[in-house]
Design a protein around this ligand. Structure first.
Ligand code: OGA
Ligand code: NI
Length: 363
């Protein structure tokens, strides 16, 4: 049975899909989606926007250009907290296949998708769990799941995906794992963190993914596709699957739309990277806005240190003039803390910060 209920009968623990909601003609969005808190303006014109600096993987690798590109990587991660990654090496044929498979998945009948529905008390699975009648909701369907370590994959999620999607995702994951490790190595180099130290933290680390589908909305200026947040990760590699814009970042207190190039990935500096770098790199608050004509589809891959790792500012980033700004904590406790909260800007990272007067030894 599909777990879709009309808005008037939302029950606690039912799983909601905006895609289903929008199958019925609609001119006014249900009140749970309206976000007076969100400083939304008229739909943005993405053609005239700020373009985030592009980092070229080939230039990073190539002797003569690598130093300059590394400097650019450093300054962009510091000032913007996200980069556009060009020449990432993932083949366009694989990306085409991925687009096709993910679009097919979201087009499946609701009954099929609800096989993967989020279960009460769990963060993984498809759709949004309704906890109470007045819950504020995002205008998007998402499917979140753990990928690595493989034994942490939920048996009823990834292994049960349609085989063509699963195989394509496996190929994509393996490409992205290589890419993420290489990029993390360069980030480490830019921060003067030994490659060995980065490998010890991230090799075979915790990895997860979120597929997002944001349907067109009759009143896009009233809703958000994804609530403002910074990613709790080491890094996130975001692929904007069908080339539809919508990502915004909050820079110097102002929301600005991000104009991206369709061939590039967007890479977010996550909170963990801000911690490891002792604040030299900053994670950036971002959100997704929607539009009235075209759905937006994206795939975010999250790369983290391993569960057993302890995270905190890496020794080489510290000096008497540069004392630790963040506490040390195991990845396991960090994740527990994260999932016990609602998405709320950078509040999770703030909780990791050493307050003035607090002993760093006790942390
Ligand atoms: C995320 C995210 C952006 C997007 O999943 O954490 O920020 O464009 N996604 O879907
Ligand atoms: Ni994000």
């Amino acid at each position: 049975m599909a777990s879709m209920e009309p808005v008037s009968s939302w029950n606690s623990n039912s799983v909601l899909s905006v895609m289903e909601l929008t199958k019925e003609p609609m001119t006014v969005v249900p009140k749970n989606y309206i976000r007076p808190d969100q400083e939304l303006s008229a739909p943005s014109d993405y053609s005239t926007l700020t373009t985030i600096p592009t980092i070229d993987m080939k230039k990073l690798a190539w002797g003569e250009t690598s130093d300059l590109e590394l400097e650019k990587l450093h300054s962009t991660c510091k000032a913007w907290g996200l980069i556009q990654l060009a020449n990432h090496g993932v083949s366009s044929s694989l990306l085409e296949k991925l687009k096709h498979e993910i679009e097919e998945f979201f087009m499946l009948p609701s009954e099929e998708k609800m096989k993967y529905k989020a279960r009460p008390g769990d963060v993984e699975g498809y759709g949004t769990i309704i906890r109470c009648n007045d819950q504020t909701l995002d205008w998007g369907d998402r499917f979140y799941m753990t990928l690595n370590p493989i034994q942490k994959r939920k048996p009823y999620l990834f292994p049960e995906l349609p085989s063509s999607l699963r195989n394509t995702l496996e190929a994509y994951i393996s490409e992205l794992q290589k890419l993420a490790m290489t990029l993390l190595g360069y980030m480490g180099k830019a921060l003067k963190i030994e490659i060995k130290e980065m490998e010890e933290l991230f090799e075979d680390g915790m990895q997860s993914m979120r597929m997002n589908y944001y349907p067109p909305c009759p009143q896009p200026e009233l809703v958000v596709g994804l609530t403002p947040h910074s990613d709790a990760t080491g890094i996130t590699i975001l692929h904007q699957i069908n080339g539809v814009q919508g990502l915004q970042i909050k820079k110097d207190g102002v929301w600005i739309p991000v104009n991206f190039c369709a061939d590039s990935f967007v890479v977010n500096v996550g909170d963990v990277m801000e911690i490891l770098s002792n604040g030299a790199f900053t994670s950036i608050e971002h959100r997704v806005t929607v539009n009235s004509d075209k759905e937006r589809i994206s795939l975010a891959m999250f790369f983290n240190p391993k569960f057993e790792a302890e995270i905190g500012p890496v020794t080489s980033t510290l000096s008497p003039r540069n004392p630790p700004l963040f506490k040390r904590i195991t990845m396991e406790d960090y994740v527990k803390d994260f999932f016990s909260r609602n998405l709320n800007g950078k509040s999770h990272l703030e909780n990791m910060r050493i307050k003035s007067g607090e002993s760093t030894l006790a942390a």
